[in-house]
Design a protein around this ligand. Structure first.
Ligand SMILES: NC(=O)c1ccc[n+]([C@@H]2O[C@H](COP(=O)([O-])OP(=O)(O)OC[C@H]3O[C@@H](n4cnc5c(N)ncnc54)[C@H](OP(=O)(O)O)[C@@H]3O)[C@@H](O)[C@H]2O)c1
Length: 385
């Protein structure tokens, strides 16, 4: 059991130490196809400046972020779902995360299984209940693991509360008053200071990590083919998580205008991206095959080097030579990026990426963001391989 400490002390501890990254990344410019050359030129000079000091322009804060030794009390709304359960597993092994409230309408009254640090019973918390618990100083951080479009009343009820809120849905991913929590691509110091964090989508995390290093070399629209395990569709029964329909099958859906298409493009400064998702018969894990036209001739080796430099020191991004396999990423906490097949013109590369949608695609990334914003080691409680 954790000892109780006053909320003021926790929040104080969370705010006192400066945790801004010493090296920051220039914001992504808006990109349209006709502009890519000029933008490439300006990005090149930005990159050159940054690369003069380190090959990774946004290095991990890691242990440097660890300024708070006080456990944080967590309220998890949407605890029954796939991402909620993945979070509970991670919280159970985190020395400074003290889960206090788990909310589910369906499981209300039942004991929470899989959490050994204290006995917790599922509650059906309304937005008003959440606001009251927060006002009474019972929770330091709220995690919203709810379907899209559901968390607004909870967020509204929390109002200007200084508690940290991390939302796993798409509801705040386009809202500039929230911090977009993709630590490898956003200013980590900004996430560390945030109280409202929008956790990126699973496809969007894998796609952005696989595309960002080549942004300055884009020579045309990018095509992303994605195939996800059916846990990506959540627990609410639908054709996309119907195991009978999925057996020996691959189901294309939302082939244009998927919210992750907008999210990837928006977060990469308007880069033209066409995203074509599919759902597959396995439970978790995403495979992405990304076709990238280049604005100059490059070799596979050049491109591999760019990725290795860009992600130097990252513990949750691995650059590999061969195309990574979804079978190897299931239950892992990092993203793998590989392939780098260049065609004979030298101006088209195919990059592959794999990510476990429930881990780095959701719960692991949420914990990474919580660690940053609560003042813990960025990777605390995250199994690193
Ligand atoms: N699954 C993934 O791979 C993945 C990856 C990245 C991001 N996300 C995002 O993370 C969020 C959660 O996804 P998930 O897959 O965990 O969903 P899920 O398995 O369907 O779980 C949804 C949770 O929300 C609760 N819930 C549903 N409707 C509710 C309502 N109207 N009011 C209050 N609670 C409600 C459910 O519990 P009760 O019905 O018992 O209340 C359940 O705990 C979604 O926004 C999703 O887009 C998911």
């Amino acid at each position: 059991m954790f000892s109780a400490t006053s909320r003021a002390v926790r929040i104080g501890a969370r705010r006192v130490a400066p945790r801004a990254a010493s090296i920051t990344v220039a914001p992504m410019p808006k990109i349209s196809l006709g502009q890519t050359t000029n933008i490439a030129r300006s990005l090149s000079s930005t990159a050159r400046l940054s690369y003069a000091t380190t090959t990774n322009p946004n290095p991990p804060l890691g242990k440097k972020n660890a300024s708070n030794e006080t456990p944080s009390r967590i309220g998890l709304i949407g605890a029954r779902g796939y991402t909620g359960q993945a979070l509970i597993d991670l919280f159970n092994d985190h020395p400074l995360i003290d889960l206090r409230h788990v909310s589910s309408r369906e499981l209300a009254g039942q004991e929470l299984k899989g959490y050994t640090k204290r006995n917790i019973v599922y509650e059906n918390l309304s937005a008003e209940d959440v606001a009251q618990l927060d006002k009474d100083g019972k929770v330091d951080c709220w995690v919203m693991a709810l379907p899209n479009g559901v968390c607004l009343p909870f967020v509204q009820a929390l109002g200007q509360s200084s508690s940290l809120i991390v939302d796993l849905s798409a509801d705040y991913r386009f809202d500039d008053s929230w911090s977009y929590g993709l630590p490898e691509l956003q200013k980590r110091g900004k996430i560390a200071q945030a109280t409202r964090i929008s956790n990126p989508g699973c496809y969007a995390t894998g796609s952005q990590l696989a595309l960002a290093p080549l942004l300055e070399h884009l020579g045309g629209p990018v095509n992303v083919f994605g195939a996800s395990g059916y846990s990506g569709a959540g627990t609410k029964p639908s054709p996309k998580n119907d195991v009978n329909l999925l057996r020996d099958n691959l189901i294309p859906y939302s082939l244009t205008g998927h919210i992750h298409e907008r999210e990837i493009s928006h977060q990469l400064g308007g880069a033209p991206v066409a995203f074509m998702p599919h759902v597959a018969s396995w439970f978790s894990g995403i495979h992405l095959t990304i076709n990238i036209p280049l604005n100059k001739t490059m070799t596979s080796r050049d491109i591999l080097q760019i990725y290795q430099d860009r992600y130097a020191g990252e513990k949750l991004v691995k650059i590999v030579g061969e195309p990574p396999l979804v079978k190897s990423i299931q239950n892992k906490h990092h993203v793998e990026i590989g392939g780098f097949a260049v065609d004979k013109t030298g101006k088209r590369v195919v990059v592959c990426a794999t990510i476990d949608n429930l881990n780095k695609g959701a719960a692991t990334q949420c914990l990474q963001n919580m660690n940053l914003a609560l003042g813990y080691d960025e990777y605390q409680g995250i199994p690193i391989e």
